[in-house]
Design a binder for this molecule. Structure first.
Ligand code: ADP
Ligand code: MG
Length: 296
């Protein structure tokens, strides 16, 4: 039972409190449309140019966890490899339309979004997104195109989660420009955090040139094996090196994450009560709590 879960109970309490406090407004946010309960839509870019750090896993799992909390969620696949699309049960090869056409201004986002089995809406990727990246290079306002394209549908959602590709190219910069907040998954393994400095430089550039309001949520430690000294040392090194907030709890290392995409669901659907699923539920509840606190 959802209501028996302390995390869900806490999140529901926070939402009810926000409603009692009249319509809340996220200070410092760009103009936008309101989702459920008067909260503004929050767009989060999940970014790290390193591949395999759990960006896609985080978007799928966090998206589903927010749906469980009664939130309306859109997830956007910005990786030409279309892993998010595939892992949520949609075959990228069977799609006629994808985020590519939306970014290039050929289709409205609303015509391309599909509903996934777990309740999140998905703006899917398909083969051809890589060419879109090339096509965008010659276009005026390329960094702003994703933000503009999402504007008409933003009010239909409480959360928009952007799954960035493993590069700092135009698709990632476009995502950071469209986002209110950025979350950086970091694998708790040797050298995993090399490159975080480069990502932070990109974030600072985006703040200066295209999106002054972009906020850093912090790093989300993934594939964390708390039993090893090594994982704890990597986590401490990341925290010290960049002075970033570290989101809790760290996401545990488990094979259950690798098994979920083949079934076309997130770990919350395939291993409901596993500690990996529970960790993402807690991260989602924390995100919701912080957002409501900031708004009040
Ligand atoms: P990215 O999008 O950053 O490239 P993915 O989300 O695709 O990374 O994850 C890379 C691989 O690691 C996938 O096979 C995924 O199932 C696996 N994985 C993700 N999170 C974990 C975890 N916490 N424990 C173990 N394996 C994980
Ligand atoms: Mg990915």
């Amino acid at each position: 039972m959802l209501a028996a879960n302390p995390t869900v109970r806490l999140a529901n309490w926070v939402l009810r409190a926000a409603c009692r406090r009249k319509t809340v407004n996220l200070s410092g946010r760009r103009g936008g449309r309101r989702g459920t309960m008067g909260l503004m839509t929050v767009t989060v870019a999940v970014a790290n140019q390193k591949g395999g750090v759990a960006k896609t896993t985080t978007v799928a799992s966090l998206g589903t966890a927010l749906v469980e909390l009664g939130q309306r969620v859109l997830v956007v696949d910005l990786d030409p490899q279309a892993s998010l699309t595939f892992s949520l049960g949609v075959d990228p090869e069977e799609l006629d339309l994808s985020v590519r056409e939306v970014i290039l201004g050929e289709k409205d986002a609303g015509d391309v979004i599909v509903v996934t089995d777990e309740g999140a809406h998905l703006l899917p990727a398909a083969i051809g997104l890589a060419q879109a990246e090339e096509a965008l290079l010659g276009r005026t306002g390329r960094e702003h195109r994703l933000r503009k394209a999402l504007e008409p549908v933003a009010g239909d959602y409480d959360w928009i989660l952007l799954d960035c590709p493993p590069s700092l190219g135009i698709l990632t910069v476009g995502a950071l420009t469209a986002a209110d907040q950025v979350l950086i998954p970091v694998q708790c393994e040797t050298l995993a955090h090399r490159g975080v400095g480069q990502l932070l430089d990109t974030i600072y550039d985006v703040r200066e040139f295209t999106n002054p309001g972009l906020q850093l949520i912090g790093v989300l430690p993934t594939s964390y094996d708390g039993r090893t000294k090594h994982a704890r040392a990597v986590l401490a090194a990341i925290t010290q090196a960049y002075d970033l907030d570290v989101i809790e709890p760290p996401i545990p290392k488990t094979i259950k994450f690798a098994e979920a995409p083949a079934i076309g669901r997130s770990i919350l659907g395939t291993a409901r009560s596993h500690r990996g699923a529970e960790a993402y539920r807690q991260v989602a509840a924390g995100l919701l709590r912080t957002t409501v606190d900031r708004a009040s």
